[in-house]
Write a protein that binds this ligand. Structure first.
Ligand code: AMP
Ligand code: MG
Length: 319
């Protein structure tokens, strides 16, 4: 099993030696390797069992460093960076030659982000290379929001997990790019569309078109628990399953129809940010129960409710 700890120097040494390690971020935990070392990048794909056509996000701690990885940093990118970095926003920008095609899956753009986590920012400030870091889960499964989640699924394959506690945002970053003069959102995430529009004006959303090859993170069956996961009313699910065999993921309200220990309430007070923070951990907990199915509902389509619904919809697809 991986060592779980808070030793930044040990993490740094492993990364310098070309190893991949688990790191905390405010969105979810990442599986990190030297983005400028092709062997390390290949290991990331291998450990995750991630297809190489699904590109990786490059993380670092300063705008200055990021500007050395991209050919152009448009004004809207600058405004968004100033408003949301460090934070759960990823920008897609034309890549510089320093970034290998392995990282970007051959695309001309690179995804860059400054994560907002104190340990990881300190680690990044100590490194003279950026970190490629997708979420630290086996491809297609629920993203990890704690060091223990990472350990459970990838612990046998990596030497170290830097433990930064529970991820404070809890869902992945919002991915934003620029086409001509237009701002385009490719993946809904920790920064709401409303917040982005407040800074740069109207955006185009392509996040729901799951066939778009530009953002394979939008692959349909993603973030999935192992148990069948239905978006449905409890009453409907209870026609085919006994109450003892149903798990229930709900936004605000407890139900009397299934045992309370089979229910997870995302936010009793109706807070979207609290709901996002709990979402993946609760999905994992329900998946681990002795139930046959998990039933859930959608949240109102606003603010982070939209990103949460996006994850719920994809988790619910079974093909
Ligand atoms: P993850 O790090 O697992 O949250 O996934 C990263 C996601 O970012 C990928 O699945 C893509 O959807 C998106 N992405 C990363 N790099 C690029 C890129 N160069 N062009 C388009 N999308 C990208
Ligand atoms: Mg992922």
């Amino acid at each position: 099993m991986a060592v779980i700890g808070t030793d930044i120097l040990a993490t740094k040494k492993l990364l310098e030696a070309g190893k991949v390690v688990g790191i905390p971020t405010e969105t979810v935990y990442g599986l990190a390797g030297n983005a400028l070392n092709d062997d390390a990048v290949l290991q990331i794909f291998k450990v995750k069992n991630r297809p190489q056509f699904d590109p990786l996000i490059v993380h670092t701690n300063s705008l200055k460093k990021i500007k050395s990885f991209v050919m152009d940093f448009p004004q809207k990118a600058q405004q968004l960076a100033e408003a949301f970095w460090p934070g759960p926003l990823t920008l897609l920008l034309p890549k510089a030659e320093t970034i290998s095609d392995l990282v970007t899956s051959g695309l001309g753009t690179v995804a860059v982000r400054i994560p907002n986590h104190i340990l990881t920012l300190e680690l990044l400030s100590e490194l003279d290379f950026p970190l490629a870091a997708p979420s630290a889960n086996p491809f297609g499964y629920i993203s990890p929001t704690s060091a223990q989640h990472v350990d459970k699924q990838l612990g046998k394959k990596i030497p170290y997990i830097l433990d930064g506690g529970s991820s404070q945002v809890g869902i992945e970053s919002t991915i934003v790019g620029f086409e001509e003069d237009e701002t385009v959102v490719y993946r809904l995430g920790g920064v709401s569309v409303e917040a982005i529009e407040n800074v740069v004006g109207a955006v185009r959303l392509v996040a729901h078109s799951s066939s778009n090859p530009k953002a394979p993170g939008m692959l349909k069956s993603h973030y999935s628990p192992r148990k069948p996961f239905f978006i449905s009313s409890l009453k409907e699910v209870l026609k085919d399953h006994s109450p003892q065999k149903v798990g229930y993921l709900t936004f605000q309200k407890v139900s009397k129809l299934v045992p309370i220990e089979h229910q997870r309430i995302l936010s009793l007070s109706g807070s979207y940010t609290e709901a996002a923070k709990h979402l993946f951990a609760f999905m994992r907990q329900l998946d681990a129960l002795e139930v046959e199915v998990i039933c859930t509902e959608l949240l109102p389509e606003k603010e982070l409710g939209r990103a949460i619904n996006d994850r719920i919809r994809r988790a619910a697809v079974r093909e």
